[in-house]
Design a protein around this ligand. Structure first.
Ligand SMILES: NC(=O)c1ccc[n+]([C@@H]2O[C@H](COP(=O)([O-])OP(=O)(O)OC[C@H]3O[C@@H](n4cnc5c(N)ncnc54)[C@H](O)[C@@H]3O)[C@@H](O)[C@H]2O)c1
Length: 325
């Protein structure tokens, strides 16, 4: 198995799960956002190898092949994530997210490997049809208004590239994680909201809640997401109908839709006496007011459903961050 972006938040947990399940795994990551420490638990493992290389570079895949001999499944997660970068480094986001996907697809086609693309609900742009279904159109604002969709539009192009490869025989599948969270989530200014709010607690700072805090998301625990990736990559066919999974897209989303204000309050409840004040305001242009996924495909064809409640997930994230079990 190849996991691109294997040193990142989701990729490192996916590598651990695959190795623990008995697979031989290579992580390919340039460590631009991922950390070697995320893979410390696999250090020296006989079935695991970490390659530091650029996933846009076709030569990187020759190194993967040399390390594994052959590749059965490519889990393609390498991408530039983090809202701050969508605005500040739009061209870099487009370059990496599109070119890494094209290079990984080409390698998978050469190997005859199955391919799982980590896409995003942002591939639908600012669609106002919720819950998100595959039949909905992607809707993007004028490019001159802001550059946020450097990310979402790159994921849209990634999905098109995957479908093109599928039409030429690739066994490609798409997963769209909805706001993953867990212990290794990046919490700095270029990170994601759950970790940023926990960072404020750790530093005894006020929590900055963007806008009016009424925007909603479905936060999905990392173990649930990893389980969805594994099912999408390793299942031969639909558990319900037996039909091939090739070309299907799976939204991986929790059932609990909460506002960011409710999330911040829930985090304060979890940290108890270390609770901090909240301040409203700021944020980025183009932030979606709602993001909810229809998970019928994942439930029906993968047999996947989220199992971790937000309260349980936040408790376990706090236990890991604070070192208190
Ligand atoms: N976390 C979520 O909630 C979420 C939601 C939707 C989609 N996704 C997608 O899932 C994937 C993993 O996300 P994540 O949250 O783990 O992000 P992450 O930033 O932690 O992981 C991405 C990894 O890709 C690596 N990377 C970046 N550019 C690279 C390059 N040129 N070559 C090699 N490696 C490179 C980074 O170093 C990082 O380790 C991404 O494709 C992301 O867009 C994540």
């Amino acid at each position: 198995m190849l996991v691109t972006g294997g040193a990142g938040f989701l990729g490192s947990s996916l590598c651990e799960r695959l190795v623990n399940d008995g697979h031989r795994v290579v992580s390919l990551d340039d460590l631009s956002r991922g950390k070697e420490a995320n893979l410390a638990g696999l250090d020296g493992h006989e079935r695991f190898r970490s390659l530091v290389a650029d996933a846009c570079d076709p030569a990187a895949y020759e190194r993967v092949e040399a390390a594994l001999g052959g590749v059965d499944v490519v889990f393609h997660l390498a991408a530039v994530n983090g809202t701050k970068w969508f605005h500040e480094r739009a061209r870099h986001v487009i370059h990496v997210n599109v070119n890494a996907t094209l290079a990984a697809l080409e390698a998978a086609e050469g190997w005859g490997a199955r391919f799982v693309l980590a896409s995003s609900p942002e591939a639908m742009g600012e669609s106002s049809d919720w819950p998100l279904m595959d039949t909905h159109a992607s809707v993007f604002p004028p490019a001159s208004s802001h550059q946020r969709f450097a990310y979402g539009a790159s994921k849209y192009l990634d999905e098109i590239a995957l479908h093109h490869a599928v039409s030429r025989g690739l066994d490609g599948r798409i997963v769209r994680p909805f706001n993953g969270y867990g212990p290794r989530l990046i919490g700095e200014a270029d990170g994601q909201v759950v970790a940023m709010l926990f960072s404020a607690v750790m530093d005894s700072r006020v929590m900055a809640v963007h806008g009016d805090g009424q925007q909603t998301r479905c936060f999905t625990a990392v173990d649930d997401l990893v389980d969805g990736f594994v099912r999408a990559g390793l299942q031969e066919a639909s558990v319900a109908t037996g039909e091939p999974l090739t070309g299907m897209a799976f939204n991986l989303s929790s059932h609990q839709e909460v506002s960011i204000l409710e999330l911040a309050t829930a985090i304060n409840d979890v940290v108890g006496s270390q609770a901090v004040d909240l301040v409203l305001g700021g944020g980025y242009p183009g932030d979606a007011s709602r993001r909810v996924g229809d998970i019928t495909n994942a439930e029906e064809h993968l047999g996947w459903r989220p199992t971790t409640s937000l309260e349980e997930g936040l408790q376990s994230m706090w236990a890991s961050l604070s070192g208190v079990p």
